[in-house]
Every structure is written in structure tokens, then in C-alpha cells.
Ligand binder design. Structure first.
Ligand code: 2U9
Length: 333
């Protein structure tokens, strides 16, 4: 071995030594990357040493080449080992700072519930959707035409007194029933139709345990060729059976401007008859108003006060409980 070979080997060993110490002292992955470039990069010390091989006896060159490879591999191994070590330490540090105390009580969030009025509306609509009805909604502010005239309320008929409401300065009014929506629906659709309409309605009423000036209705309407009072009775019977179970019901004659004949329906409830809804065959004048030919089409309609149904279903004694937002009451549902 020549002195030059010995010299180059010593240089390679010195590089290995320096790299080893620097890698051992590294404290971050950034530093480690910096050392990789410094010791193993193209501009690093090893290619420089290998550049000096030109002066060597050709027989000695493979020895230096092999030694240089050993040094590179050793440095690479040091880098890999240190990298794993630093990564493990980083995870360990993160685990220590981000410990989760699974015994800590959670943040309490009270769960909202469906209001009994809304669940009653849902129940009613579910039954009619099951019978093939479409659900429709419409505006609460209405014209005299949609609320009264199209529904066969004559201008000075006393039936208007029963449904007095708030009139707005522009002549519009707050609807007294959701029948306005069926008129709009019929104007937009040709028969046959089956529609169920939920919504808020307004009346000039003195508030007490069973009356509210704002309340909710669901109304239904079915128009087709050949519909009779028998279809109305069958539909109402199925509806009340679905809602209340097996109850006895009775139809009593009544009057509404928009139906002829009209009836009110009572159910047996706690040993007495309880009025639950109004209904009837749609008056031919109402059909004419929307352009349906009453010689071809007939139909029936019915209206339910949702509060009334909810009060019966849940044994609520005062309608005002449904509007008071008292959680002691609402939490029962
Ligand atoms: C059209 C034609 C007819 C809907 C009907 C009733 C009878 C009825 C009351 C029940 C309790 C209102 O909420 S309440 O005060 N409703 O008695 N409603 S027939 O008749 C219609 C609807 C739309 C086009």
C-alpha cells in the first residue's frame, strides 16, 4: 500500500468520523437532512476524495472505491437510525402533550325535540300521504278573493262574521283557513286531485283554554269524476282509525259555505262525543270558480284543527300550553 492510498483512506475515515459525531448531535429532522446533503451530496467530501484517486496506482483504486462505499453506507445507516430515533421522540412528545383525559365529564348538550303540534301535523300528513295525497302549502297573507269569494262566501253572508280576521292596510288579510291553498292548487292543476294542506291560520277570537287567534289546520281535498259522500265517509273513518285506533264515530249535519252537504264528525272520547273535524262535498260554486266543470267532477273536503287533535291525543287541558314554550311542559313529549 502506498502512502497516497493510506492518506486517502485516512481522509475517508475522518469523513466517517465527523459525520458520525454530527449525526449523533443532531436534534431535528431538518438538521439531519442538512447533514445528509453535506456528507452524501454530490458536492460532499467523498467525491472530492475520490477525485484524488487519479494519482493512485491503478491496482489500488478498487480498494479506495470499496472503502468509500463502506463509508457512504455507514453514514446512510447512521442517518436512517437517527431519523427513526427523532421521529419516535417527536411522536412521544406529542403523546405526552396531547393526552386525553377520558374520565373527564363531557360537555352537556340538551337534545331538541319535535313540538307536539308539529308531531301531530306529521302524523296527520303521514296518514294522508299513505292514502295518495300530495302535501301543498301557501301564503298566510291572502286576498279577499282566495279566502272568501272563491270559497262561496257571499259578500254580506254571516259566515264571514265567524271568520273575522286581521285586515292589512292594502286590503289583504290574514287567511282564516288553509282552503285558500286548495283554490290556488286547483287553479294550477287539472283534476283528478288529492291534496293535504297544513298551515297557520288567523281568526278574530278571544283567547281561552280552547281558543286561540292563531292556530294550525290541516285540510284535505279530493276531486275526481264520480266521488260521492260514501268516499268522504270512508276516508274520514280510515283517517280517524289510524290516528285514534278503534273509536266509534258519528256524522252530524252542519253548514259551511264551501261544502254542500256539510257535516261535523265526533269521536267517542272518555264516555262522551267530542267534535273533531268538519267536512262535506265541495260546493259546485267552488268548482266553477276554479274552472272545473261541476257536471263532470265532484269532490269532498275536510278540515281539522291541529291543536284540538294534539290536545285529545296528549290529554292537554289548555290550548295555551302549546304556545308558552314552557320546557317543563314540552319535555314530556
Ligand atoms: C275547498 C273546498 C272546501 C274544508 C273544510 C271544514 C269543513 C271545517 C274546521 C275544522 C276545525 C276549521 O280548524 S277548524 O276550526 N274546518 O269544518 N273545512 S270542510 O273545505 C274546503 C276546503 C277547500 C276548495
Amino acid at each position: 500500500m502506498t502512502a497516497q492510498t493510506i492518506e486517502l483512506e485516512a481522509q475517508l475515515d475522518a469523513i466517517r468520523q465527523a459525520a458520525q459525531t454530527a449525526i449523533a448531535d443532531a436534534t431535528s429532522l431538518d438538521q439531519l437532512e442538512h447533514l445528509r446533503v453535506k456528507y452524501l451530496g454530490k458536492k460532499g467530501p467523498i467525491p472530492q476524495v475520490l477525485g484524488g484517486m487519479g494519482k493512485l496506482d491503478p491496482a489500488e483504486r478498487p480498494r479506495i472505491g470499496a472503502h468509500a462505499n463502506e463509508v457512504k453506507e455507514a453514514i446512510q445507516q447512521d442517518l436512517d437510525r437517527k431519523k427513526t430515533e427523532l421521529q419516535t421522540a417527536a411522536i412521544q412528545a406529542q403523546l405526552e402533550t396531547e393526552t386525553l383525559d377520558v374520565t373527564m365529564p363531557g360537555v352537556y348538550r340538551s337534545q331538541g325535540k319535535i313540538h307536539p303540534l308539529n308531531s301531530t301535523i306529521d302524523q296527520v300528513l303521514d296518514i294522508f300521504v299513505g292514502l295518495g295525497y300530495t302535501v301543498a302549502e301557501g301564503p298566510e297573507m291572502e286576498t279577499d278573493y282566495y279566502n272568501f269569494e272563491a270559497l262561496n262566501f257571499l259578500p254580506d253572508h254571516p259566515a264571514r262574521d265567524m271568520q273575522d280576521t286581521l285586515y292589512l292596510p292594502d286590503g289583504n288579510l290574514l287567511r282564516t283557513h288553509t282552503s285558500t291553498v286548495q283554490i290556488r292548487y286547483m287553479e294550477a292543476n287539472d283534476p283528478p286531485i288529492r291534496v293535504a294542506v297544513p298551515g297557520r291560520v288567523y281568526r278574530r277570537d278571544t283567547v281561552d283554554a280552547t281558543h286561540s287567534a292563531v292556530f294550525n289546520q290541516v285540510e284535505i281535498l279530493a276531486i275526481d269524476e264520480g266521488i260521492t259522500f260514501t268516499d268522504l265517509k270512508g276516508t274520514i273513518k280510515v283517517f280517524l282509525q289510524e290516528l285514534f285506533g278503534d273509536v266509534e264515530i258519528r256524522f252530524r249535519p252542519s253548514f259551511f259555505p264551501f261544502t254542500e252537504p256539510s257535516a261535523e264528525v265526533d269521536v267517542q272520547w272518555k264516555g262522551r262525543w267530542l267534535e273533531i273535524l268538519g267536512c262535506g262535498m265541495v260546493d259546485p260554486n267552488v268548482l266553477k270558480a276554479v274552472g272545473y266543470d261541476p257536471e263532470i267532477y265532484t269532490g269532498f273536503a275536510a278540515g281539522f284543527g291541529v291543536e284540538r287533535l294534539a290536545m285529545v291525543l296528549h290529554q292537554i287541558d289548555d290550548i295555551r300550553r302549546l304556545y308558552s314554550s314552557d320546557l317543563r311542559f314540552l319535555k314530556q313529549f
